[in-house]
Design a protein around this ligand. Sequence first.
Ligand code: GSH
Length: 206
Amino acid sequence: MIDVYTADTPNGVKIPIALEEIGAPYKIIRVNLSAQEQKREEFLKLNPNGRIPAIVDHDGPLGGPFAVFESGAILLYLAEKFGALLPADPRGRVNAIAWTFFQVSGVGPMFGQARFWRRRAEVNPAAIERYEQESARLITVLERQLRDTAYLAGETVSIADVAHFGWIDVAEVYAGVDLSTAPSVARWREALRARSAFQRGVAAVR
Ligand SMILES: N[C@@H](CCC(=O)N[C@@H](CS)C(=O)NCC(=O)O)C(=O)O
């Protein structure tokens, strides 16, 4: 059994979606972000960065409970543990990891900043412009990739798709991105929205 510490956010849906795709049993432990539960001492033992998601695998490496933090690391840990969500060929595997890093270092932080500035009345227009433009640019990078492949790392769903989904699902609302200009990204998003494992993963945190 894997305990998933999470909340209803774009990062929070990643691990339930992955575990649904894998078909592994898990338990959701909700973290109330508004109440700052993620900054409590008990939680910092699981994730020193004080953010969701984090997991505890009760059957960790060498036996016994093992905590993992950072969504990209958790996705990779689960993919390797269960032999799923990573292409079998070595090049596809590295591509999946590269696109996962692209999400956690680029799409997540930039969309997050775009949302932060767009929601404030006392906004700095330059900040909004900067993060909206960078979010739009990142979408063009994804669009170029998805013109040639069904999913980010090839013809099968991988951790890279799982990492991106929650963020692209809210791209318009968070970052003001117009997905009508990115038809391949829009097609990919619809394909993932239609997958029952993605639907169950999202529903698990709602
Ligand atoms: N790089 C981290 C980012 C995690 C993250 O930013 N989580 C947000 C929710 S989407 C959070 O916990 N925010 C609460 C806080 O910052 O205190 C990851 O990919 O796991």
